[in-house]
Design a protein around this ligand. Structure first.
Ligand code: URA
Length: 234
């Protein structure tokens, strides 16, 4: 296997960044400085900055991002739109977004290379609570919100019961905190559309106990060990 691919698969860096590390002479194979394009066998010992990179072991990476609107939640886009991957620092290895926030929606997004945890967090049977701040055009009453709470029909299937409360309401708009445990396509926007209301702004503010606090739009940070353990246990 090519050395840059090897480093990417171990979650050390993206392939492009790995090439820069190799070119800078930071990578050694069996004690010899690696050249661009060098190959690695299973029995080889690879070092980065003098630290061994264990064969067969993949470093888990977890990040939290405050996704801005106007960015697509996928690894690549055939329409040339900006993707969340382009907001990641160069040092981040191969990760992918866990679940999706639509193009116009902003807020808490997790990125990881841990497929098992990603699966668990997104599988509807696990009922992981995800909370959104939605700003709805015009005034809303508790009666309106009860329709959302008890479930609406989307594509012929009722949404599950959910929690929602009004944070602020006036003639112009209503701010609602809504917590859903499913992750259907554009679910929150479509739930309000189903009762004839338009969502003007939508932001995910938490997944379980994990909150977006302290991250500006477009910012990313690595999750702490404690946060990773929490997500794995969710
Ligand atoms: N609901 C939506 O409408 N959009 C999202 O991105 C997430 C939940």
């Amino acid at each position: 296997m090519r050395i840059n691919k090897f480093l990417a698969e171990k979650g050390v860096a993206s392939r492009r960044h790995a090439d820069e590390m190799i070119a800078a002479g930071r990578v050694q194979i069996n004690g010899v400085v690696a050249t661009l394009g060098a190959s690695v066998e299973e029995t080889d010992e690879v070092f980065l900055d003098g630290q061994p990179i264990a064969q067969g072991e993949k470093k888990e990476e977890f990040y939290i991002m405050n996704k801005p609107k106007g960015v697509i939640c996928s690894v690549s886009d055939d329409r040339g739109r900006k993707t969340v991957m382009q907001l990641l620092p160069e040092t981040v290895g191969r990760v992918f977004p866990v679940g999706r926030l639509d193009y116009e929606t902003e807020g808490l997004l997790i990125l990881t290379n841990d497929g098992d945890t990603a699966y668990r967090l997104t599988h509807p049977s696990n009922e992981i609570p995800k909370t959104y701040m939605a700003r709805i055009e015009g005034t809303m009453t508790e009666k309106d919100l009860n329709r959302i709470r008890s479930g609406v029909e989307l594509d012929g299937v009722m949404t599950k019961k959910c929690k929602a409360h009004i944070v602020e309401t006036n003639k112009a708009y209503t701010k609602v905190h809504i917590t859903i445990t499913e992750g259907r396509n554009r679910q929150v926007r479509r739930m309000f559309e189903a009762i004839g209301r338009n969502v003007e702004f939508l932001k995910r503010i938490s997944i379980g106990k994990l909150k977006l606090t302290g991250l500006d739009r477009g910012q990313v940070r690595a999750l702490t060990e404690e946060e990773i353990l929490y997500l794995k246990g969710l």
